[in-house]
Design a protein around this ligand. Sequence first.
Ligand SMILES: [Zn+2]
Length: 204
Amino acid sequence: MGALGLGVGAVAVCAAAALLLAGRRAAAAVVALAAAFATSRPCLFEDAYLWVGGSGATTGLHSDDENNILLMTRGRKVVRLHAPSDRRFLSPNGRYDSGTECCDVDAFLGEAAKAGKYAGYAGCPAPLRFELGPGDALYIPAFWFHAVRSEALSVSVNVFFSTPLEMARRWPQRAFFAVCHEYLGFWRGDCVCHRPPSPPGPAL
Ligand SMILES: [Zn+2]
């Protein structure tokens, strides 16, 4: 947080205190919340994940609504990366996954094989290819499509992060869809988190 942020923060704290003393508690809370957003760090680190996988372990092609840094600590991984502008070629499938868009295209097939298997893939720019070894890190911007495959027993860590503005824009939509899915049963079974309903068993 720079000097400007400190200045804004100090003014906001004084304003919130004055509103509080004047008995305007709701207004004080709004000012304090706005100040917290305005003066918070440029990026808020959120979820961190540890990934351990054997050779051939694959994460299919998808995009996330958060920025992502992937850090390898052991083994090797290949990452295939498509820009958001390639989305129309990648057969997004609408499967529910909070904050994520999944695609049908297998990014690890050859370009000719993909064009033969997926009707919409023809004309798609080839993905960027990165091979990561221990100590390498890759920044994957939000909404870039990526698929990851371990080439050996691999250990890596990733962190998702967003700016306060990005978080404020994303949370209401995420929360709405999560409530629809978890509590109202929308897209149940066509998701990455629940099994499809079992077919009815034979009549006894
Ligand atoms: Zn689910």
